[in-house]
Design a protein around this ligand. Structure first.
Ligand SMILES: [Zn+2]
Length: 127
C-alpha cells in the first residue's frame, strides 16, 4: 500500500479532509490568493505562502503520472502518483483495476470504499 503518512491523519490541518472522505466528499486545499491547489493539505499555501487557503470540492479525477506494480507481494498491487485535474500530484494506490491495463497518463477516478485501519483512503481506479 502507498504510504499515506505524509497526510498526518491526526494532524488538525487535515482533520476536515479525512472527515469529508468518510462522508463521500473529496476535498482539496486551494489558495484564495494565487488560485492554485496543493497537496497535501496545508494551512499556508506552499506556492505563495498566503494564509488564505480554503477547502473546495475536488473532481476526484486525474491522470496517472507514474506508477509501480508490486508483483512480488502476496497480492500484487500498484503504487502510483496521480495528477489530479486540479493540479496537485498525490501518492496513492490504483485499485479495482486490471494491473496490466495501467499506463502512464491513463485517466483515473476516485475509488470509494477502500480503508486502511478503518480510515477511508483516497485510492483511484482506471476510468
Ligand atoms: Zn497561494
Amino acid at each position: 500500500m502507498a504510504d499515506f503518512s505524509d497526510l498526518m491523519i491526526h494532524h488538525p490541518e487535515t482533520a476536515e479532509f479525512w472527515q469529508a472522505l468518510e462522508e463521500g466528499r473529496f476535498l482539496i486545499r486551494f489558495c484564495a490568493d494565487c488560485e492554485k491547489a496543493h497537496w497535501y493539505p496545508r494551512a499556508i499555501c506552499p506556492h505563495c505562502h498566503s494564509a488564505h487557503t480554503e477547502w473546495r470540492e475536488g473532481s476526484g479525477e486525474g491522470n496517472i503520472y507514474s506508477y509501480s506494480v508490486m508483483r512480488r507481494a502476496e497480492t500484487p498491487y500498484t503504487i502510483a502518483y496521480v495528477r489530479l485535474d486540479e493540479g496537485p500530484i498525490l501518492m496513492t494506490n490504483i485499485v479495482d483495476s486490471d494491473l496490466e491495463a495501467i499506463t502512464v497518463e491513463h485517466r483515473v477516478r476516485l475509488a470509494w470504499g477502500h480503508k486502511v485501519d478503518g480510515q477511508t483512503m483516497p485510492m483511484f481506479a482506471l476510468s
